[in-house]
Design a protein around this ligand. Sequence first.
Ligand code: ZN
Ligand code: ZN
Length: 304
Amino acid sequence: MSPESRNQKSEIRGQSAAGIPTSGYADLHLHSHYSDGTFTPEEIVARGKKHGLGALALTDHDTVEGCEAMAIECAKAGIEFVVGTELTSEHRGNELHILAYYVDPNNERLVREISKFQIVRQQRIREMVAAINKLGVPLNADDVFALANCRSPGRPHVARALIKAGLCRTLDEAFERFLKKGRPAWVPKAKMSALDAIQLIHQAGGLAVMAHPGLNRTDESIPELADAGLDGIECFHTKHPLVTSSRYVEFATKLNLLVTGGSDCHGMSKGKPLIGTVRLAREHYDKLKARAAEKKTSTTNAHQ
Ligand SMILES: [Zn+2]
Ligand SMILES: [Zn+2]
C-alpha cells in the first residue's frame, strides 16, 4: 500500500482511534435525538471530544432544532461547530439526501419548508402504524411519537417502538417484516426536489452537499446537480469502501466540488456508535468553511 493510500485509509476509518487523539479531523454527518439518532447533542460532543475531533456538524433529518444546544456544547469543548441538516429529496425518481451546511437556522423559508416536511413525516408515521395494525399487530401511534419525542420522526422510531412494545426483537426484524421498501407497512414519502433543496439551502446562506452518493444510484445526476449549484459530495462515509471514496474524490475534483465526509452516526441505534470511525481531513473541512465564508461575503455585498 502506498503511503498516500495508507493516509487516505486512516482518514476514512481512523485506525489511530485507539486512544490517539487526532485533533483537527472533522465529522460532518451526525444525527441526534432531534431526529432518529439516540444521543443528545451533549453526548455527541463528549464522544467527538474523546475521539479527538476538531469540528462537528449536526445533520438531523429535516430539522435544525438541535443545533443551538450542539453549538453551546461544542463551544464549551473547544470544537468547531457547523449548523446543518439532511434533507430527503428526489431527482428523476431517485431518492437522494442533500446535506445543508452553514445555513442560518432562523431563515424563515428554511424553517417553513422543513416544518412542512416534519408534518409529512408525522403523517407517514400514522400511515405506517395503521398498516401495521391491519396486520394484527397492536402498535399505538402515540407510543411512537412519545418515544421519538421530536418533530422529525422516522421509520427507526417505529422500529424502536415495536421493540419496546415487545412486538419485534430487533431493528432488522422490524424493517424486514414491516418497514423496508416493499414490505407491508412501507409508505412512500413526499419529498422536495433536489433542485429545490439546493435552492432552499442557498437562500438560507448555506452550502448543499450530496450525502452518501454510494448508497444512491444517482451518479449520473451529479454533473447536472453541480450545474444547478450543488457545492460538494460526501465522499467519505461509513458505508463507502475505500474504492468508492476515491472514486467520489476524483469525481468532485473533476467537477470542482467540495469533498466532505462523516460517519452518519445515529447513536446507539445499531449497537456501536459510528462517531470517530470516519474522519474528514482538515484540508477538506477548511475548504468547505472558506467556501461558506466567501458565499456569505458575496451575499452580504450583493445586498448592500
Ligand atoms: Zn442519508
Ligand atoms: Zn444521515
